[in-house]
Design a protein. Structure first.
Length: 365
């Protein structure tokens, strides 16, 4: 049985890292969470949280998942429209909710982050800690940070996202793969064009697609994707150097979504290139493991990113607290049993992202 005196370090204060901290502290472990930002990250836009993510949160406390449901809006209908705004088909969310016992909700990322942060003792959080290097041998791990601080412990977990520094220790050759899109996301004042509970997708055609949904509190989230080649001097960058919305591409959208985008204050808009990573053969190296996007960043096409990271946190915590295991056994078993599942999520997410309406096909993993 793994001692609760085991010192565990977590690098990355996104939702996976925060939730993992909650779960491990609840089981009595000595946990330190390191985040490179100078304060908690509660920015972002809206997100579709599917039932599996809410189910994962309920493992800690059903009150936590209920809080997220109350903060957002339950999805009642998924509508798929063409670029003329005409309804192609729709799916009710009721059957999925009945099967899973949880709804899908659209919610602001800030509400999720704040709900998690309220459940963590500040003494377990270390901000302004940007990872510089990792060493692991003889059952001990040393992490050095750019602020001069050093942590030593028994297990280091990287939940530091797409551009994971911890991943470079586990699999140094794995780099993000460009998915072919520049993506703009924004929060607009609710113009009552899109009904609450409707998740609306404007299907990909002519090199673009978009989505929109109300997230409550008089706010409407939208996403706008345009196919583009990365210039040589921008390959690997988080975002294009020119982040202005392209008017010639916006003009292809129906008036409803185009006007919603155009009325959004510039400070409420973020622009990024879209990436995933290829499936990894190993997510463990000695006493270091990576979870969430650090291990399996995916196309957003199946809305599995945040939810699969929360599932990682639950499943790995269960392995660590098994009464008959050691740390090394828990790491090996988790990797062996979890990798095939996340590989399939990666494959189908990338496949779906290239399935319909693309002018250029991506290589499927």
């Amino acid at each position: 049985m793994i001692s609760t005196q085991t010192k565990i370090g977590i690098v990355g204060g996104g939702t996976t890292g925060l939730y993992l901290t909650i779960l491990l502290k609840c089981r009595g472990f000595n946990v330190c969470l390191f985040e490179r930002a100078p304060k908690p990250r509660v920015d972002g836009c809206g997100i579709l949280m599917i039932a599996s993510g809410l189910q994962a949160l309920s493992i800690y406390d059903r009150e936590l998942s209920n809080e997220i449901i109350q903060a957002g809006i339950k999805v009642s209908t998924y509508e798929f429209r063409n670029l003329k705004g005409e309804l192609a088909f729709s799916n009710s969310a009721a059957e999925t909710e009945a099967e899973n016992g949880f709804p899908a909700v659209v919610v602001h990322r800030e509400d999720i982050a704040k709900a998690l942060l309220r459940r963590i003792n500040p003494e377990n959080l270390y901000f302004d800690h940007s990872l510089e290097s990792v060493k692991s041998n003889n059952g001990k791990v040393t992490a050095k940070f750019r602020n001069g601080q050093t942590w030593e412990g028994d297990l280091l977990i990287g939940t530091d996202g797409l551009n994971s520094k911890v991943r470079s220790f586990v699999e140094p050759d794995i780099q993000p793969s460009y998915l072919g899109d520049a993506v703009w996301r924004g929060i607009a004042p609710n113009n009552h064009i899109f009904s609450e509970g409707d998740f609306i997708v404007f299907m990909r055609a002519h090199g673009i697609y978009a989505n929109a949904f109300n997230i409550g509190q008089n706010r409407c989230h939208w996403g706008f994707f345009t196919e583009c080649e990365q210039p040589e001097d921008e390959k690997g960058l988080h975002a294009p150097k020119n982040t202005l919305l392209p008017p010639e591409e916006l003009a292809k959208l129906p008036d409803t979504i185009r006007q919603t985008i155009e009325m959004t204050p510039q400070e409420n808009i973020v622009c990024r290139y879209s990436y995933d990573i290829n499936p990894m053969q190993h997510i463990v190296a000695d006493r270091v493991i990576i979870l969430g996007d650090a291990a399996h960043a995916k196309s957003p096409s199946r809305a599995q990113g945040m939810s699969s990271g929360l599932e990682d946190a639950v499943i790995f915590t269960n392995y660590l607290t098994s009464s008959t295991t050691t740390i090394d056994e828990a790491l090996a078993t988790f990797e062996q049993e979890r990798l095939p599942i996340i590989h399939e999520l990666q494959r189908t997410s990338r496949e779906m992202s290239q399935k319909t309406g693309r002018t250029k096909k991506l290589q499927t993993v």
